[in-house]
Each structure stands twice: as structure tokens, then as C-alpha cells.
Design a protein around this ligand. Structure first.
Ligand SMILES: [Mn+2]
Length: 187
């Protein structure tokens, strides 16, 4: 759309189950579209990670719903778009009441996900960590890389007499534990 000048006329509708089929997480697709200003609307369903087709299940996965709403909040909402379930009940759920259960659990999952996501954004749980994690790109050699000033030669000059690189932990377990904590504790 950017190539053909259509990016200011259209936005993307991202579907959770299509992310699953592509081997991505839902939040990954929302994030990539958001940072390119293309997140317009959402098919809030879920797929079966073990099946290779589009099962369009009502969303019940709280991690996915929370991290999806996190991206929606970071997008400043969906503007003229919205959340559409694009979901159906399973083959064995053949009575009308099953549809009610499907809509209720889907709505509840995203409502709860929104609350948890709002708290994560408000308390800058991930933002603070990410800022700190990538702080080295704000100055010195990191900034030169980001701004495109660094060359292979300047990077070689920088590293050639250094004995070893000091790395810091990505704290994956801590971050996932925090996500659990917010999911369990947010009222
Ligand atoms: Mn689908």
C-alpha cells in the first residue's frame, strides 16, 4: 500500500487466527502494523495453534487478549475501526445458547484484557524496561548506528581494541512473571 500510495486511504484489519496461520503471535501483527501507522481494525478471534486452518474461535486466551489490547491502546484506540469477533462456535456446540456463551466469553476476555493492558501502559511496566534495555542506542556508538552515521570501518575502529562485550540480561522470565501478576491482580 505504501508502494502504490494507498497508505493514507486504507488501513489493515488484523485477525488473530491469520497471525496463527502465519506462524506469528497476534500481538506481533498488531505491533508491526501499529508502528507503520496501518493498524485500523481487528478480528478478535483465536485459532488453534495445532491446526493449519482458520478455525475462527471465540477469543478466550487472556494473554493474547491482553497483549492485543495493549497494542490497541498504544495505537490510541482503533479510531474508525473496531473489534469484530469473526468467530463461530465449534461443531459440537450446536444449540443457540452456545452462541451466547461464545459472545460472552469473547467480550469478557477483551474487556478484562483492556483493563490489564491499561494498567500495564499506565504503570509503564514494559515501556520502562524497553527504554532501559535499548538505552545504548540513545548516545555514543548506538546513536551513530541508529542515525546511519556508523560505517563498517567506524564500527571496527570502535570494537577492535575491546577485550569483550558486556551484555545485560533481557529478563524474559521477570517480564512474563510481571504479565502474570497484572493478569491475576488487576481488579
Ligand atoms: Mn478467520
Amino acid at each position: 500500500m505504501k508502494t502504490y500510495g494507498l497508505a493514507d486511504r486504507f488501513k489493515l484489519n488484523l485477525e488473530a487466527n491469520h497471525a496463527t496461520l502465519a506462524g506469528h503471535t497476534f500481538e506481533h501483527e498488531l505491533y508491526v502494523s501499529r508502528i507503520h501507522g496501518m493498524l485500523g481494525s481487528v478480528d478478535a478471534n483465536q485459532g488453534d495453534p495445532l491446526l493449519g486452518w482458520d478455525t475462527d474461535e471465540f477469543p478466550t486466551d487472556m494473554y493474547s487478549a491482553t497483549l492485543a489490547m495493549y497494542q490497541v491502546l498504544k495505537n490510541g484506540g482503533l479510531h474508525s475501526g473496531g473489534l469484530n469477533f469473526d468467530a463461530k462456535v465449534r461443531r459440537a456446540s450446536m444449540t443457540p445458547i452456545d452462541l451466547f456463551y461464545g459472545y460472552i466469553v469473547g467480550m469478557d476476555s477483551f474487556a478484562r484484557g483492556l483493563k490489564v493492558a491499561a494498567k500495564l501502559v499506565e504503570e509503564r511496566v514494559f515501556d520502562s524496561f524497553i527504554e532501559e534495555r535499548y538505552r545504548s542506542y540513545q548516545s555514543g556508538i548506538g546513536q551513530e548506528i541508529v542515525s546511519g552515521k556508523a560505517t563498517l570501518q567506524s564500527l571496527e575502529d570502535y570494537i577492535i581494541d575491546k577485550k569483550f562485550a558486556v551484555t545485560t540480561s533481557g529478563r524474559q522470565e521477570l517480564l512474563l512473571a510481571k504479565l502474570n501478576q497484572y493478569l491475576l491482580e488487576v481488579e
